[in-house]
Design a protein around this ligand. Structure first.
Ligand code: GAR
Length: 196
């Protein structure tokens, strides 16, 4: 085995929204030993699919029935020998079969300081609305391993930003997105290149 083969890592991104985090991850790993093998999505109209098409990355549009009551696509990901599944704005719960097949190999990013403002229904603008309504003076991002509960597994990285007077959910979302873009690709790289 040559050294290039032994250091090469393969990731799959699960995303179902605009895909700004997916884009940053793709940009970060362009021409590197870490390759984005596939974008997995559950919404046919999601912006992230246009990003995948432009970038020439294969996509997999998953079906609810197979994901939750079938094989959860485990054989597909096993065949690809992936090193990390990266959730970036993917809102479906991850089935137990997939968690069992990839222990500590699935991570998620959440746009708040977990354990606060997490759980079912807490995503995107709903998170920022709740943070502002509660009068929090700071929010932030959390990158964590995925377990069987929403927004719950061991935390890998957190960082905060201020919430200031007059912030709307849109303004706060922009500040949070900037944090996500600055840190998620770097944290993914660290997870893949340092022995844990
Ligand atoms: C991100 O802010 C991410 O933290 C959030 O969805 C957004 C996706 O944005 N995820 C959650 O709320 C998960 N509970 P993007 O499509 O532009 O990357």
């Amino acid at each position: 085995m040559n050294s290039a083969a032994s250091t090469a890592k393969r990731i799959v991104i699960f995303a179902s929204g605009a895909g700004s985090n997916a884009q940053k991850i793709i940009d970060h790993f362009r021409d590197s030993d870490i390759s984005v093998q596939m974008i997995v999505c559950n919404k046919p109209q999601a912006g992230v699919l246009s990003i995948a098409e432009r970038e020439g990355i294969p996509t997999l549009l998953i079906e609810k029935e197979r994901f939750f009551r079938g094989d959860a696509y485990v054989p597909v990901f096993r065949d690809m020998s992936i090193d990390l599944i990266v959730l970036a704005g993917f809102l479906w719960k991850i089935p137990q079969a997939l968690i069992d097949a990839f222990p500590r190999k699935i991570i998620n990013i959440h746009p708040a300081l977990l354990p606060k403002y997490g759980g079912k229904g807490m995503y995107g603008a709903f998170v920022h609305e709740a943070v502002i309504a509660a009068g929090e003076v700071q929010s932030g991002i959390t990158i964590h391993y995925v377990d069987e509960h929403y927004d719950h597994g061991d935390i890998v990285f957190q960082t905060a930003c201020p919430v200031v007077e007059g912030d709307t959910p849109e303004i706060l979302a922009k500040r949070i997105h900037e944090l996500e873009h600055a840190h998620y690709p770097r944290v993914i790289e660290e997870l893949l290149t340092t022995k844990r």
